[in-house]
Design a protein around this ligand. Structure first.
Ligand SMILES: Nc1ncnc2c1ncn2[C@@H]1O[C@H](COP(=O)(O)OP(=O)(O)OP(=O)(O)O)[C@@H](O)[C@H]1O
Length: 922
């Protein structure tokens, strides 16, 4: 990008063929897509500051770096938007109810004369980030393409965050491909979605197109001509743009045609809307299949309030809100994406847990790191601008470039401090980051920066501060004209201060000089104790504003001085830009070490944040076994909401007892408990400690939830359809290592149908090895325990108290989970008693209901043979589990086995005549 060397992407004819004038481009007569070697660069689109700003009088020419940039450029001097599909497609999109609200794509240069870069700002994109909005913001453009004919169902996705130069590729081809694509896209929070025009041909969309439009109703779709989804071009792009550090990805993706095709369309579109190109060898390119992370579908993420609170989108009562104590935007983004896509590799999780443990044990390290991390800016965003080459050079571009150099220096200045903090760390991950920071490129770039940038130039908050930093960033004696311009600027600023003083003296008023980006220098005056001449402001004071007790205004002379100030600044920025461009051209080839830094800072920030959460509440380090066992687990968000520890509960799910039915009256805490288990599982899989006294988890490859929505706005039938869709999704996608949470299935239909559906779904799920927690009001389902040995009934206990005075009964919720089916009967009728329903109707209902339940209960007791088989099954599964996981010493193991024997005998006793235990004991 910044180099003038020609060997990276040469201007050889071969290179022109592969990179510049590809068949794709040639076939487009109305586009002037062309490769522009330095000598032939278009003067209209690449006008130098010197040329364009002849009024400066210095006649400075375009810095070498700018022409060097063009070396690697893939320049689009577009006059038309032929990249986009014809209007018929967009109208077909609109006819589907997609009403785009337009806004400028963040990060787009938007220079005059270019195609206006517009992407939609949608309700979805605004709200779905909520607590994470400040950190994640919708700035991701996603391209999606599906195979045709036999390859239908093979789907490639390419996405790029405008604030982070990482191209992420994914490809799905298995049965759950559609669901995975939707989930992946929800996680990305797209600002805009690109699809081939053929996906929505003649107003009749493909299955994928329809799914996407349904799931992202507010996000803008852009139909791109299918020919731009070109896998060969995609591979070329990646070979050209991928930074060498991430080069192995090319091996990974070279036969993944659909994600390559999506990448081609995406990168081309980005060039088009941003009016800039990515520099050669500058992008981080990664392939993310669905294997490395656990899948949490978007409905489940919503149900569990992972990143967005369902009642108030701005509320921090989410898992992200509980765990987010990050100091940098990169750290917050990383935490968010980890929560939505937890890890599945136990070693990686344990490495993170080791780090958190070290942070918790070593206070000096914890606070040292927290301090060091807190000063970092958004490194991804910085990288993003450093690797982009603007196609037009304006004064704004020049000013921004100087800011970027200052930010780069500020960032690199922080590296030694970070190294120092990590010097004596002990755990593997911290050591690895410590080593990665030893990379001498950090020092090399900083040393080069310091040859032209003042030692004490740094990033500061406040527009005037930053303006001053930019103005004096370049060392003196590097450019004679720059020094002269700066002297002129200083004089004008001094004159402004003098003018304000004089004016104050003239009117006898206490005036001071202020500055804002919009107004430049202006005068401020407090009204307190001030006597105005003739009781009003003198007419000389113009553009008066009043805020609380403060007047802001200016005078004609000050406005003129502001203009002179701006003129001087323009020259300063222009000349500083030339110097900074030269500087960047010398450091650009090393700039990719910032990817390492970004990775280190965001990960350290996230782990610090997770450690921080442990200091606020009592969390414990989880273990990973083949059993889910939580002792005194708590709901992490409820804990935050109520500000005290909620009632804790134990959980136990193993292969031999993998289906738990939970009953209990309304408001007894069933949903809370279910969510608590899922949230703890997710926390453990991102490498966080969990709110419990002890916790062991089996790694889940997928987490599904089906949780009843409040039906205040849904009709019964739509509630039912939603339930059925969600349950169908689970049934189609479940695996033996999934965790499933189902709360109140079958509410949206009649009781018989509801019970029927629940029964069948339960039988299907309990035939798998997945762990399922199933909460229901249908007590009839409890008899599944007597039919299947791996089913266990549990219930939320409630107590009844009767008032001595009135005799009225009231219910006390204990929120405690106990073995067995809920004894509570007819709590619906109790609720009805509170209403105006006549008492004779209630009495009659009670009699009928109790008859029905007696009949049902009679059927629940299984025959002795089944009970015996059940006892044997339980013993066998516990013995197997012990053999696999036990870390007990021989004596404790003997005691444990004795306990198992007793339990087995008791179960047999309950079943009927006892059997000999000799065989088991041996
Ligand atoms: N473990 C707990 N500790 C303290 N409070 C709790 C606990 N569990 C639940 N609660 C409180 O009880 C309320 C009701 O809980 P929840 O919604 O989980 O009940 P439910 O049995 O699922 O009810 P329904 O069957 O009507 O959906 C929660 O909003 C919460 O305030």
């Amino acid at each position: 990008m910044f180099s003038s060397s020609t060997d990276e992407v040469g201007d050889t004819p071969e290179c022109r063929e592969t990179w510049g004038v590809s068949p794709m481009d040639r076939s487009e007569p109305n586009e002037t897509t062309s490769y522009c070697p330095p000598s032939t660069s278009s003067s209209s689109s690449h006008q130098s500051l010197g040329e364009g700003n002849s009024s400066s009088g210095h006649g400075l020419s375009l810095p070498r770096m700018a022409s060097g940039q063009l070396h690697h450029s893939y320049t689009l001097n577009r006059t038309s938007s032929s990249l986009l599909a014809t209007t018929s497609d967009s109208s077909s999109l609109r006819s589907r109810g997609v009403t785009p609200k337009l806004r400028r794509t963040p990060g787009s240069a938007g220079a005059p004369g270019t195609h206006p870069a517009r992407t939609p700002l949608t309700d979805h994109t605004v709200t779905s980030c909520s607590s994470a909005t400040s950190t994640c913001g919708a700035s991701v453009i996603v391209a999606v393409v599906e195979g045709r004919g036999l390859a239908r169902g093979e789907i490639g996705i390419a996405s790029l965050n405008l604030k982070c130069p990482e191209l992420i590729l994914s490809q799905f081809a298995d049965t759950g491909a559609y669901a995975k694509v939707i989930t992946k896209m929800h996680i990305l929070v797209p600002l805009e979605i690109l699809m081939p025009d053929t996906a929505s041909e003649k107003g009749k969309g493909t299955k994928l197109f329809n799914l996407i439009t349904e799931n992202f109703p507010g996000v803008a779709f852009t139909a791109i001509q299918r020919k731009y989804f070109n896998e060969r071009k995609g591979l070329e792009y990646i070979q050209q743009l991928c930074a060498p550090e991430f080069g192995t990805v090319i091996m990974e993706v070279q036969t993944k045609y659909y994600c390559l095709a999506a990448a081609a369309a995406l990168l081309k579109y980005l060039e088009f809307i941003q009016n800039s190109v990515y520099a050669a060898k500058s992008l981080k390119v990664t392939f993310k299949g669905s294997e490395q992370t656990a899948m949490i579908d978007s409905a489940s993420a919503t149900n569990l309030e992972l990143v967005v609170n369902n009642r108030d989108h701005r509320s921090e009562h989410t898992l992200l809100g509980v765990l987010n104590h990050t100091k940098t935007p990169g750290g917050a983004r990383r935490l968010r994406s980890n929560i939505l896509e937890p890890l599945v590799d136990v070693d990686t999780i344990n490495i993170r847990l080791d780090t958190i443990q070290e942070l918790l044990q070593d206070e000096e390290l914890f606070f040292g790191l927290k301090n060091a991390i807190g000063h970092f800016l958004d490194i991804d965003q910085l990288l993003s601008v450093l690797v982009q080459i603007p196609k037009q050079e304006t004064i704004q571009v020049a000013e921004a470039k100087i800011t970027h150099v200052i930010q780069l220096k500020h960032t690199l200045d922080l590296v030694p401090r970070l190294r120092l903090v990590l010097k004596n760390c002990k755990t593997a991950l911290l050591k690895a980051y410590s080593t990665s920071l030893e990379d001498n490129r950090f020092d090399m770039i900083l040393a080069q920066i310091k040859t032209v940038i003042n030692e004490d130039t740094t990033y500061l908050k406040g527009s005037l501060n930053m303006r001053t930093q930019k103005c004096y960033a370049v060392r003196p004696n590097i450019n004679e004209f720059l020094d002269i311009a700066r002297r002129a600027y200083t004089e004008i600023v001094d004159d402004i201060a003098g003018l304000v003083n004089q004016t104050g003296e003239k009117y006898g008023l206490p005036m001071r000089t202020s500055f804002s980006t919009a107004r430049g220098f202006f005068i401020q005056m407090k009204l307190e104790g001030v006597v105005l001449p003739q009781g009003r402001l003198p007419p000389e004071f113009i553009k008066v504003t009043k805020h609380k007790n403060n007047y802001g205004f200016t005078i004609a002379d000050l406005m003129k001085m502001n203009d002179r100030c701006d003129e001087a600044l323009r020259e300063i920025f222009h000349m500083s830009y030339v110097v900074t461009c030269q500087l960047l051209s010398t450091v650009h080839e090393h700039i990719h070490c910032l990817y390492k830094l970004s990775d280190a800072v965001s990960m350290l920030d996230m782990l610090l944040s997770l450690a921080n959460a442990c200091t606020i509440s009592d969390y414990v380090r989880p273990e990973f076994t083949d059993t889910l066992a939580i002792k005194q687990g708590r709901h992490p968000i409820l804990e935050r909401i109520v500000g005290q520890q909620p009632i804790s509960n134990n959980s136990y799910i193993s292969e031999g007892s993998n289906f738990v039915i939970i009953t209990g009256p309304n408001m007894s805490g069933k949903s809370t408990y279910l969510k608590q288990v899922a949230l703890c599982q997710i926390m453990a899989q991102i490498g966080s400690f969990v709110p419990a006294e002890y916790a062991s988890f089996r790694v889940a490859d997928q987490i599904f939830t089906r949780i009843g929505v409040d039906d205040d706005f849904e009709t019964n039938s739509s509630t039912f359809m939603l339930e059925m869709k969600e349950i169908a999704y689970i049934i189609h996608n479940v695996s033996d290592r999934s965790l499933i949470i189902i709360d109140e299935l079958g509410r949206g239909t009649s009781a018989e149908e509801g019970i029927g559906i629940c029964h069948t779904v339960c039988e299907f799920l309990l035939s798998l090895k997945a762990f399922t927690l199933f909460a229901t009001h249908y007590l009839e389902l409890c008899h599944l325990e007597s039919l299947y040995p791996n089913v266990e009934n549990q219930h939320m206990e409630v107590q009844h108290t009767r008032s001595r005075d009135t005799g009225a009964e009231s219910v006390v919720y204990t929120y405690l989970l106990n073995r067995g089916c809920s004894e509570e009967r007819h709590y619906g009728l109790r609720a009805a008693e509170m209403t105006a329903l006549p008492s004779n109707i209630i009495q009659e209902s009670k009699i009928i209901a109790s008859k029905v339940s007696q009949q049902l209960l009679a059927k629940h007791h299984s025959d002795p043979e089944t009970q015996r088989q059940r006892a044997v099954y339980h013993l066998a599964t516990r013995l197997m589990q012990t053999a696999r996981n036990s870390r007990l010493d021989p004596e404790s193991l003997r005691m444990y086995l004795k306990g198992l024997k007793k339990q087995y005998e008791a179960e047999l006793q309950a079943a009927g005549p006892s059997e000999s235990m000799d065989t088991e004991e041996e």
